[in-house]
Design a protein around this ligand. Structure first.
Ligand SMILES: [Zn+2]
Length: 367
C-alpha cells in the first residue's frame, strides 16, 4: 500500500517506547489497537476500498500527549473515523462508556428507576440483504418506540446495533449444548454442516430505563412474549423473532461501595452492570477473525463496510436523550475522539510527549 510518514530514522527519537497508563496503573494498549487497525486497513485495501485503507493506515500515527504528574493525556492526534477502524472504535467505546456513566449517574441521582437489557433480533441474512435488513431494523425500532405500551412503560433508552457473522462451518459442541432443542428440531447434530455458515446476524442491544413500578403494576410490565409480539409487529415479520429481556443484575464485589447505604449501593452496582453494554458495537475481532489476512475476512470487511457506513449505530431516546443533551456530551460516533471525558481537559503549558508509530519496530516511539 503506500507511503509511511514515520520512516524517519530513530536518531530524532529518544528511542523510548511509549508507555501510557491510566491513573489506576492499567496500560492503554495503543500498540495493540494500531496493529489491529493496520491489519484491518490491509483487508480494506485488498477489498478495493483503497481510500479508506489509506486513511485507516494513517490513523493515530502521531500522538501528542500533555504530561501531568498523574498521567499522560492525549492532546493531539488524527483519527480516520472509518466505521470499522479498531483504533477509532476503541476511542468511541471509551467515550460512550463515559457518556453512559454520566447519564446513568444523573438519572439515578434524580429518581428511583430500574434498568433492563433488551435484545432484539431478526433471522440471519446474507451479505446482499444486510444493508436493507439494517435499514428495516432502524425503521422497526422507531415504530416500536412509538407504540403505546413502550411509551407508557419506558422512560428512556440507549440502543446499539451490532452485526456479528456466523463463522462456524460445522455445529460445535458448545453451540449445540447452548440450545439442544433448536438443533434437534432442525435435525442437526454436533459436527453437522452449519446451515447459517457465513450469514450475518444484525441485532439491537437496548438498555431500558423503567420506573420502579414497572414490576409491580400490571399495565406497566411487558413480558418477554409481549416484547416478541411488539417487535414482530414493528418489523412486519411473518415469524416470531428471538427477543430477550432481562433485569440488570447488580454487579457484586465492589469494594468501594461497602460504606454506602443499601439503595445507593444498589444503584452503583447497577451502574457498573449498565456500563457493560455501553461500548461501540463493532468488535474488531468480529470483523477480522484471527491475525492473518484471509478471503473470508476480506468478504466480511466488504459486507460490513457497505452495510454500516454512514449509519448511526448508537442512539438515545426519551429521558436518556434529554440528559445526553442537557449534559452537552457531544457525538461519540463521528465527533472528537481526542477528548473523551471532562477529566481529559488539561491546562496549557504542561510538558508535551510526542509518540510516533514506527512501522519497523511495530510500536510507538517517543520523540
Ligand atoms: Zn481510525
Amino acid at each position: 500500500m503506500h507511503c509511511n510518514h514515520s520512516t524517519q530514522t530513530l536518531n530524532e527519537s529518544t528511542g523510548e517506547i511509549l508507555v501510557d497508563q491510566t491513573q489506576s496503573g492499567k496500560e492503554r494498549d495503543w500498540k495493540g489497537k494500531k496493529e489491529r487497525s493496520q491489519l484491518t486497513a490491509e483487508h480494506f485495501d485488498l477489498a478495493g476500498l483503497t481510500s479508506k485503507a489509506e486513511r485507516m493506515n494513517e490513523c493515530a500515527d502521531t500522538l501528542v500527549f500533555k504530561k501531568t504528574p498523574e498521567a499522560l493525556k492525549l492532546y493531539q492526534s488524527w483519527f480516520c473515523k472509518v466505521r470499522l477502524c479498531p483504533m477509532c472504535n476503541w476511542r468511541r467505546s471509551l467515550k460512550i462508556a463515559y457518556h453512559n456513566k454520566k447519564i446513568v449517574e444523573t438519572v439515578n441521582e434524580r429518581q428511583k428507576v430500574r434498568w433492563l437489557f433488551l435484545t432484539l433480533t431478526v433471522k440471519n441474512t446474507d451479505s446482499e440483504s444486510l444493508s436493507e435488513t439494517i435499514s428495516d431494523m432502524f425503521k422497526g425500532f422507531n415504530r416500536l418506540s412509538k407504540y403505546k405500551a413502550f411509551k407508557t412503560s419506558i422512560k428512556g433508552f440507549f440502543r446499539a446495533l451490532e452485526v456479528t457473522r456466523d463463522r462456524d462451518e460445522y455445529i460445535t459442541k458448545k453451540r449445540y449444548d447452548n440450545n439442544p432443542a433448536y438443533y434437534k428440531r432442525k435435525g442437526l447434530e454436533i459436527g453437522s454442516e452449519n446451515p447459517n455458515y457465513g450469514t450475518y446476524h444484525p441485532h439491537f442491544h437496548v438498555l431500558l430505563c423503567v420506573p420502579t413500578s414497572y414490576f409491580k403494576k400490571k399495565n406497566y410490565y411487558i413480558t418477554q412474549d409481549e416484547w416478541t409480539t411488539l417487535w414482530k409487529r414493528a418489523m412486519k415479520l411473518d415469524y416470531s423473532p428471538v427477543v430477550n429481556v432481562k433485569k440488570v443484575k447488580p454487579k457484586e464485589n465492589l469494594e468501594d461501595v461497602k460504606t454506602y447505604e443499601d439503595d445507593f449501593k444498589r444503584a452503583i452496582k447497577e451502574q457498573n452492570a449498565v456500563l457493560e453494554v455501553s461500548k461501540y458495537p463493532v468488535k474488531d475481532t468480529d470483523v477480522i477473525k484471527g491475525s492473518e489476512v484471509t478471503d473470508e475476512n476480506i468478504e466480511t470487511v466488504k459486507a460490513l463496510d457497505a452495510a454500516l457506513s454512514y449509519k448511526r449505530l448508537i442512539g438515545y431516546g426519551g429521558l436518556l436523550k434529554e440528559i445526553h443533551k442537557e449534559l452537552n456530551l457531544g457525538d461519540a460516533e463521528d465527533g472528537d475522539l481526542i477528548n473523551i471525558s471532562e477529566e481529559d481537559e488539561v491546562a496549557n503549558g504542561v510538558f508535551e510527549v510526542v509518540a510516533k508509530w514506527h512501522p519497523g519496530m511495530k510500536n510507538y516511539v517517543v520523540y
